[in-house]
Design a protein around this ligand. Sequence first.
Ligand SMILES: [Zn+2]
Length: 257
Amino acid sequence: MQVTLEAVAGVFGLLIGSFVGVVVDRVPRQESIVLPPSHCVACSAPIRAYDNIPVVSYVVLRGRCRACGTRIPPRDALLELGTGVLFVLLAWRLGSAWVLPAYCLLAASAVAISAIDIEHMRIPSALVYTAAALGAPLLVLASAGTHRWSALASAGIGGAIAFAAFFTLFYAVPKGIGFGDVRFAGLCGGFLGWLGYREVIAGFLLSFIVAGVPAALLLAMHKVKRRTKIPFGPFLAAGTVITVLFGAPIIHAWASL
Ligand SMILES: [Zn+2]
């Protein structure tokens, strides 16, 4: 049963990862995510269904357009692979098929938001609102399936506390984080809150740790200036997803320090 759930999640993750690529490409340019269908950016040749198989097509075509031979950037294949791997890990760690859809949605959103934040230094609000609108019923489904109705209350409170904390940070530290980070923190806080309050704390602590370590190293090596802007979204995403996957052992280890 476990292996089946992981395999299904992996295939689903590759397909959703393909859609994540479309979102990362089009949402920042405010283009439709449905039309026009995928096409080569160089020669505009439509990409046939058999050339649109996640990761596999990229490898078979050796990263080139079948029609004109132009190099296809590896970004989309990496997004597909990354989303697929995350879905498999979630199926392995969460186990319950009731809880899985909500956290797969969170992971796919986190991948899309991170990629856009790295590329454009902003987090589109439409993406965060869409993830919240789809995530709320999926968390209700998770509660219904696991009979953990109180988790919905802690999800709401977790989201509100995270939003308030980052809202304060946004005003307290000028040019520190963007308002996109405030909205995204609220989203992460909600999903972490469903798991528990300790997960909310662990998720945000981890975000600052994974952000702080490379930033401190780069500063020490004089690679970046103190004012260099670094997008915070990917760190928030990493801290959150790591906590969803490995929160229990991490919290256990911290508690025994
Ligand atoms: Zn082409």
